[in-house]
Design a protein around this ligand. Sequence first.
Ligand SMILES: C[S@@+](CC[C@H](N)C(=O)[O-])C[C@H]1O[C@@H](n2cnc3c(N)ncnc32)[C@H](O)[C@@H]1O
Length: 232
Amino acid sequence: MTLRRTGLVALTLSWLAAGCAPSPRSHAAHEAGHGPRGHRFERAAEWTAVFDDPSRDEWQRPRDVVAALGLAEGMTVADVGAGTGYFEPWLSRAVGERGVVLAVDVEPDMVRHLGERARREGLTRVRALLSSPDDPNLAPASVDRVLVVDTWHHVPDRPAFAARLRDALRPDGRILVVDFRPDARRGPPAHHRLSAAEIARDLESAGLVAREVGPALPEQAMVLGQLSPAQQ
Ligand SMILES: C[S@@+](CC[C@H](N)C(=O)[O-])C[C@H]1O[C@@H](n2cnc3c(N)ncnc32)[C@H](O)[C@@H]1O
């Protein structure tokens, strides 16, 4: 690990774990990561300590997030921008033996890590899939639920991406987008944060019916998008 990369991971760790406001210097470092070509998460091993930090559960509240998705046994759920797989055990439990969890990411090393983690932890329903920044690589009408956590602000063309996710939904399908609010005490630089209203607009631009849902998380907005009756 290079010194610069070690520093970036340490900074992110301190923001996520301790919830500190970024210093001007750390802000500049993270800004560089969120440049015009997007933020890269190339080496999964470096991000496990951040995304799978056990203290994350306190503010991430995975039980509430999964409850807001409205999963049932046997469903297919796609976790788009799955990262190191923080949500995969939760999603696997919710869809049960007959369900499928598609763990999708744009980083090849995250996808490798997701597959290995699933094998190691006996998450037999998880399938790791490589996608591209503007295409989640999901077949039309193939999923019941889509979860997108802390990833929406990385998507280059959100309305177009929302339309691709919409096309992947089965009738009665739902998309839950969870991302850091402008008033969050942790997360990406301020101008990358998104209000619930902005996320809802992105989903509505794809013709979905969108609304903020609860219970309210301490740092993130949760917005649920559903197919309109005309799209079912
Ligand atoms: C901040 S991490 C969040 C990971 C995970 N959702 C979690 O909550 O722990 C963002 C992840 O989204 C991935 N990503 C970024 N842009 C993406 C896109 N357009 N489509 C799919 N994945 C994307 C990154 O490679 C990274 O693994």
